[in-house]
Design a protein around this ligand. Structure first.
Ligand code: MLT
Ligand code: MN
Ligand code: ZN
Length: 306
């Protein structure tokens, strides 16, 4: 399969519009070796064929589509390579882009869990609003390990895993988690036999999550924060990484410890990187630590073949 990273940043993007942290200020000033990033989304295509599946619809989706001609194959007067949209949660950075797809000429094929559908019909009623435009052809993502496929996308199948992370701040489940608020996805290519585990928001690695990660040829997992107290230490928030559903990379029980336990051949990638994370600085000690651990930092426009 081919995975195009459309947006590798967490909510807010990099640089974030109102932020003057070391990273954001350094990128604007041209004094930091780092790349700008849009908000969290990937596009997954089988080895053959133009059409693919969009994972998450970022607020930056129009810019992401414009900069990737592959997403606009121009076969008909109105066209798209997006055969369907799959949501990992109902967070603003993953769902707001749905508004931008309203000019479709047929209902938008959308896969999400029940709790996410509920949030997107009430707290942030994008699905209800889209009913006045193209409409939504919503498919339920099951949480019992059943695989699904997306019509028109041969070879690829998808299996969701409920994750411990966080529903969006507007959700009634923000502090009372419900199974399916957040999911990870095992994406399998029946033709090549290869698979990828994708989880941009991952707060806790349970045995089931670690099994899925271990079974995959590549993992693209939560790269939001380097340290648990990254935001409080910078005076930007009172909440830790874990408080808001993101497992930090460093420290005891952190993502790097888990990634080190995967089979040696597994391709390890971090995605959904917050603008405060020192790994964005390509000259940083933290980035060197990742390189030594064979962990890649996703950037926008990266093409990954698995
Ligand atoms: C998150 O991943 O924690 C959220 O997307 C943050 C946000 O809403 O910007
Ligand atoms: Mn997010
Ligand atoms: Zn910043």
């Amino acid at each position: 399969m081919r995975i195009t990273v459309l947006g590798s940043a967490a909510g807010g993007g990099f640089p974030q519009w109102n932020c003057n942290c070391r990273n954001c200020a350094g990128l604007r000033a041209g004094t930091l070796k780092a790349k700008a990033r849009t908000q969290s989304s990937i596009f997954v295509q089988p080895d053959d064929g133009d059409d693919g599946v969009l994972f998450n619809a970022s607020p930056d989706i129009l810019e992401q589509i414009r900069s990737k001609p592959a997403l606009q194959p121009a076969r008909t007067l109105r066209d798209t390579a997006i055969a369907g949209v799959v949501l990992m949660d109902g967070q603003i950075d993953h769902a707001t882009g749905l508004f931008m797809l309203r000019e479709r000429t047929s209902p938008l094929p959308l896969w999400c869990t029940d709790p996410v559908e509920e949030d997107l019909r009430s707290g942030n009623p994008v699905l209800a609003v889209l009913g006045h435009y193209c409409g939504v052809d919503r498919h339920r993502i099951a949480l019992d390990g059943t695989s699904f496929s997306v019509p028109g996308i041969a070879d690829l199948s998808f299996r969701a895993l409920p994750l411990s992370s966080k529903a969006a701040p507007y959700s009634p489940h923000r502090d009372n988690p419900v199974e399916g608020d957040n999911i990870g996805m095992l994406i399998s290519d029946g033709h090549s036999g290869k698979s990828v585990f994708y989880a941009p928001g991952l707060g806790q690695i349970t045995p089931a999550v670690f099994d899925a990660m271990s079974s995959a040829d590549a993992v693209m997992v939560d790269g939001t924060f380097w340290t648990d107290d990254e935001m409080p230490r910078m005076g930007l928030s009172t909440k830790t990484a874990r408080d808001i559903g993101h497992l930090p990379q460093s420290g005891p029980g952190g993502m790097l410890e888990w990634l080190a336990k995967l089979p040696a051949a597994t391709q390890r990638m971090l995605i959904h990187i917050n603008n405060t994370n020192p790994i964005l600085d390509e000259d940083s000690e933290e980035r060197a630590t990742l390189a030594r651990a064979d962990v890649e930092v996703c950037e926008d426009n990266m093409l990954i073949r698995v």
